[in-house]
Design a protein around this ligand. Structure first.
Ligand SMILES: C[S@@+](CC[C@H](N)C(=O)[O-])C[C@H]1O[C@@H](n2cnc3c(N)ncnc32)[C@H](O)[C@@H]1O
Length: 191
């Protein structure tokens, strides 16, 4: 099995862990408050997956939202990102609710049934969005939802539409196009 290093994780298209400070800081919280953005989707006791969690900007708040009976699975391909999540989870005293999973670029490789999954600013970094959606769908409960948000700076409306088409082709259905997320958003459910 090939060993993925932080450097070669995505052939250059992946946001490197050295840029983690850009993703997790107090300024971002001013315009993207995770609790406000995700309040409609997460309930206490839920199993939640943070796909491409990066340094854990959303992971920690989600762990607080699911409470002591819930669980968050933080997934990323870069060990440097996952180390940050692990340390922050201990500092914020939610480590017992967070499972850390290192994946491969073309395979999430996780067996779970999730109430909610988040893919924030990450689908455009995956090598094959269609197979990513196929695998993500297999991890969703029947009533589960997958929220995808993509950055307008890197993902044009046309590319975003193509990405949503990929999701539809594997049997997911757009049920909402939430605004105010800081990007192009779509909420997906089983079709
Ligand atoms: C731009 S960052 C966003 C991080 C986080 N979601 C946030 O909004 O702060 C994208 C993250 O997705 C991860 N990523 C990229 N491709 C991935 C893949 N195929 N599978 C899992 N994670 C991936 C990167 O390592 C990086 O941490």
């Amino acid at each position: 099995m090939a060993i993925i290093t932080d450097e070669d994780a995505g052939g250059g298209r992946v946001c490197p862990y050295q840029m983690a400070f850009m993703l997790d800081n107090w300024m971002r919280r001013l315009f993207q408050n995770p609790v406000k953005l995700l309040a409609d989707y997460i309930r206490e006791g839920n199993t939640v997956v943070d796909l491409g969690c990066g340094p854990g900007f959303f992971t920690i708040d989600m762990a607080e939202m699911v409470g002591s009976t819930g669980q968050v699975i933080a997934v990323d391909l870069q060990p440097g990102m996952l180390d940050r999540v692990r340390k922050k989870a201990f500092r914020k005293r939610v480590a017992d609710r967070i499972a850390i999973h290192r994946c491969h670029p073309d395979r999430i490789g996780l067996e779970c049934t999730a109430d909610f999954m988040l893919a924030f600013y990450m689908v455009h970094e995956t090598p094959n969005p269609r197979s990513f959606f196929e695998e993500a769908k297999s991890m969703l409960k029947a009533a589960g939802k997958l929220l995808v948000v993509e950055p307008k700076m890197h993902v044009s409306q046309a590319s975003f539409d193509t990405m949503v088409e990929d999701a539809v082709r594997v049997g997911l259905k757009p049920v909402d196009y939430p605004t105010g997320m800081g990007g192009r958003g779509v909420l997906l459910a089983h079709g």
